[in-house]
Design a protein around this ligand. Sequence first.
Ligand SMILES: [Zn+2]
Length: 255
Amino acid sequence: MNSDYLRRHRAHDVEALLERWVAVARGAGLDMVELRPGVPYLRTRGPWCEERAVYLSAGIHGDEPAGTEGLIGWAESRIDWLRSASCLIIPCFNPDGLRQNTRRDATGTDLNREFHHTRNPLISAWRERMEGMRFRLALCLHEDYDATGTYLYELGEVGESIGNECLDACAEFIPRESRAEVEGMAMDRGLLFHGGDLLALLEEMEEGLPEAIYLRVHHAVTALTFETPSEFGLDLRVAAQVRCIEAALRLTGLV
Ligand SMILES: [Zn+2]
């Protein structure tokens, strides 16, 4: 699609990525502060509207660069909207991992299995920061080496699923996952929707709790985990990530 992009991208250059976020923060009037040294987040400075608040995060797995690239690309295209939005954005949850192209952080921890306790200092700082916050939409951006298309874990209210439309919106760039089962869970053309009670799901999470489930239980009306297939071209994966963010915001009435 765009060979120029593929030649020039700096998807694992954390400093270059964060420089772009500094420009977004400046342009949109967002505060950019550190959750922990080297791990910044951006937050609306002005009035906060809980019903319209959005949480966006990327890069908790460092070998999934379309998430971090998609998030910054989307933000750069939405400076005006960000100026009046209520948002909390984590541009890169695992900078060491992104730098090294590894799923885990520098201590060998899979951060996305750490949300059930506070022994990890970064997750502990995150949980503290999130205390009392509510969001209409939380979106966590990921990638998967085994995937053959885009897929989505959607946690939300029964009867209010937006997942099918999000995946359809991305199909211009990458088709929906066709496998009937992903990581042991049944999927319908790339969608796994879970409405209402999460207790059964929590019991299945023997490996440790991911960000999106914690968000849905404590902070968000809808929590989405979006995944692009890592074997597709980075340009297409980034385009799909941008499209998914945009579709999710539109379908929840936030843009
Ligand atoms: Zn991931």
